[in-house]
Design a protein around this ligand. Structure first.
Ligand code: PNS
Length: 163
């Protein structure tokens, strides 16, 4: 079974890592695919996000980091994947995720979305929250891996917090 875990990953958090580990447990091959979409104004470049993901999951053998642009269904077809993995936190995620899943299925009837409920300790976690806490010099040790933490604080220093 080949699956895709798509997202912005700007940057990867422990919440994402939890989903990756669990999905890798039941997939033969899992592509973690960073959306390369020029409309969004990301904090990290696609390459920086790929590098952080790769470093974080380097010990998980059946996980491959990649990026994609355009439609997710087209990328899935290219990779021969019939499953999309998405994490669900609170009820607030549901409407958007449902819309995404149904749109993808409308575009490609063979594509199934698998929702994994986030582990409770990461219920509140979002990349945007991590960046905000870091901007005000808060403690993000429980939110992101050490390599990501370093990169976030470096980026804030280099951009003087302009994001
Ligand atoms: O981490 P995110 O930002 O919630 O991930 C959203 C993502 C990348 C899964 C979604 O925006 C996506 O798949 N974009 C690709 C464009 C696409 O296929 N759109 C049609 C489905 S709405």
């Amino acid at each position: 079974m080949i699956a895709i875990y798509p997202g912005s990953f700007d940057p990867i958090t422990y919440g994402h890592l939890d989903i990756i580990k669990r999905a890798a447990g039941f997939c033969d091959h899992l592509y973690v695919a960073v959306l390369n979409n020029s409309e969004k104004k990301p904090f990290f470049t696609v390459q920086e996000r790929i590098n952080m993901l790769a470093e974080t999951v380097k010990d998980i053998k059946n996980v491959e980091i990649d990026s994609f642009s355009g439609l997710l269904v087209d990328y899935a077809q290219k990779k021969d994947a019939r499953y999309i993995v998405r994490g669900l936190r609170a009820v607030t995620d549901f409407e958007y995720e449902f819309q995404l899943a149904l749109t993808n299925r409308m575009l490609d009837g063979n594509l199934e979305t698998i929702f994994l409920p986030t582990s409770t300790e990461y219920l509140y976690l979002a990349s945007s929250i991590v960046k905000e806490v870091a901007l005000y010099n808060g403690n993000i040790d429980n939110m992101v891996p050490p390599n990501v933490k370093t990169q976030i604080f470096d980026k804030i220093k280099n951009t003087k917090g302009e994001f």
